[in-house]
Design a binder for this molecule. Structure first.
Ligand code: ATP
Length: 318
């Protein structure tokens, strides 16, 4: 189903949803161009899962309308279902079966002919780096392997749109980057992806556009660069032991990290906005401060987080 002729793959207008006393979605509009990745970024309870479930036809909105792959998610729910894949926060695969058996089973559930289900399962295992592990039972898999298998299962029918609800929550850094690679591969092949996440760096890594959701409303949207720019990007921060050395530390840091550091008012802290994100900046800063004989209490690379974005946009943290 990839290659459908819609310029906008996901289109939502004024979507509202209440659960008894909780307003989960309070008028959400969304446009996701075909072949792009949209990152829906928000804290726990912001309404991300509710929106995904509505777009994936698992939940009806109270009001508003949405079209996915050109079909209305309420009136043409069945047609939408044939065009989407959905991976939730909890793996849907059966622990007692092998990875290969799981994928074949899903293939049969999607009404693929037996032989096609088998071929598709093999191809997906290969593609997600699970070919070797394919004949092991899933209970032996790491979190990242399970998540990749789960994503593979949602791709048995070549969906035009893939919904990934917090695809890396709870994974260790290595598993996370494996899942990110898998997602990047899909995007290269033209799948439109809507992913939800609580991590700014995840949205930054994967998304073409990011929407920030808070209490059922989209409070900001833009490219990752625009969003990070609004919170100031990556910074090197140091705390010096002796306040009288602040000026010397600023000078040392200026050369070391090629930036314009400033002293944070009222603190023994210096902050420098830097390009890139490498740990080598820290190493350079440590060497320069050491050479200048400046003792530090703390030195750290601070990447902007969801908290920083929220603080900036709402005046409160998540
Ligand atoms: P999380 O990251 O925790 O999954 P989320 O951003 O996906 O959060 P939702 O799960 O969409 O948020 O929940 C939005 C709001 O609706 C929350 O306040 C939540 O408690 C509430 N909510 C969600 N599902 C139900 C339900 N079935 N019944 C009552 N309230 C619900």
């Amino acid at each position: 189903m990839t290659g459908t002729p819609y310029a906008t793959m996901i289109e939502a207008r004024d979507i509202r949803k209440r659960y008894s006393t909780t307003t989960a979605l309070d008028g959400v509009d969304l446009d996701v161009p075909t072949g792009t990745v949209y990152g829906l970024l928000g804290p726990n309870g912001a309404g991300k899962t509710t929106l995904v479930r509505i777009l994936a036809t698992l939940l009806r909105p109270d009001s508003g309308a949405a079209r996915v792959a050109g079909r209305d998610v309420v009136r043409e729910a069945n047609a939408v279902r044939y065009r989407i894949g959905l991976t939730g926060q909890f793996a849907a695969v059966d622990e007692k079966l092998t990875g290969r058996e799981n994928l074949r089973l899903f293939g049969r559930l999607y009404h693929l002919p037996r032989r096609q289900a088998k071929e598709k399962a093999d191809a997906l295992l290969e593609r997600f780096g699970l070919a070797e592990a394919g004949d092991r039972v899933v209970s032996m898999y790491s979190g990242g392997m399970r998540r990749r298998l789960d994503i593979a299962a949602s791709l048995l029918v070549d969906p035009a749109v893939l919904f990934l609800d917090e695809p890396t929550t709870g994974l260790d850094p290595r598993s996370r980057s494996q899942v990110w690679d898998a997602i990047r591969g899909l995007v290269r092949e033209g799948t439109t992806v809507l992913l939800t996440t609580q991590y700014l760096d995840e949205a930054d890594q994967l998304a073409d556009r990011i929407g920030v959701i808070d209490r059922g409303r989209l409070i900001a949207s833009g490219t990752p660069g625009e969003l990070k720019g609004s919170v100031g990007g990556t910074r090197v921060e140091i705390v010096v032991e002796d306040p009288s050395r602040l000026g010397a530390a600023v000078d040392a840091l200026r050369h070391a990290v090629d930036a314009d550091p400033h002293v944070v008012p009222g603190a023994r802290r210096i902050s420098a906005a830097v390009d890139g994100a490498g740990g080598d900046l820290i190493a350079a800063a440590v060497r320069a401060l050491d050479a200048a004989g400046i003792v530090t209490e703390d030195i750290a690379l601070r990447r902007p987080t969801l908290d920083d974005v929220f603080l900036r946009l709402t005046g409160h943290t998540t």
